[in-house]
Design a protein around this ligand. Sequence first.
Ligand code: PEP
Length: 251
Amino acid sequence: MQKIIAANWKMCKLRQEAGKTAEELCGALAAEPLSGRRVVIFPSFTNIPDVLAASAGISSVSVGAQNFYPAEEGAFTGEISLAMLRDIGVTQVLAGHSERRHLFGETDEFVARKTAFALERGFSVMLCIGETLAEREAGELVNVLSRQTALPLANLPADSISRLTVAYEPVWAIGTGKVAGPAEVFEAHAAVRSLVSRILGDDGGRAVPILYGGSVKPDNAAALLELDNVDGLLVGGASLNIQTFLQIIRA
Ligand code: PEP
């Protein structure tokens, strides 16, 4: 399986800087095609067209959106629809990022609705899951991961499974500089693989890439990528700088 290295640019970079970063990154990747790596960039909405233009023709790079609202259209002020994203050439989205869950109150039910809505409309979905420190310390890791996968993955049409990716991101490791240790990542990814396989069946479960996210840096990326069931990385802060992100892609 190709390793997926995804960049979540969050609410960072103005248009010019985003375009320039994407151009330099894509220029480097075009000059040095990396077999076995697929890069996905999730810029903020206003930067998507510039990042799409910079990555045009580079098959190893694709562009996704950080958010969307699960309705076709209508009175949802401030929201963006999948049709609007498709209209500008985007067909992949994040769902369930911990910042959406914890800062904007997205519940497991809402994340499940978003996941099903996007998959049913032919989009690829990177579903983010992960426990808080309090949940981990209370021994709730597997229960939380089970709760966060059960609803979104229930009753998925078989032909949508190939468009699903799961990103395990312990909340306590996102943007904090605290990376989960290899044993913690190994344990959590084995749990996610088994939960996903229980819902989707062995073949379906094996086919879903599971990414790790949470303070990934050039100096921990290679060790994380070597672990069983780590099919890639979702990178926030360290993806904003081209050199650091390239080092992670090359790890
Ligand atoms: C993220 O935003 O998904 C993330 C993992 O952020 P960071 O790498 O900064 O922890």
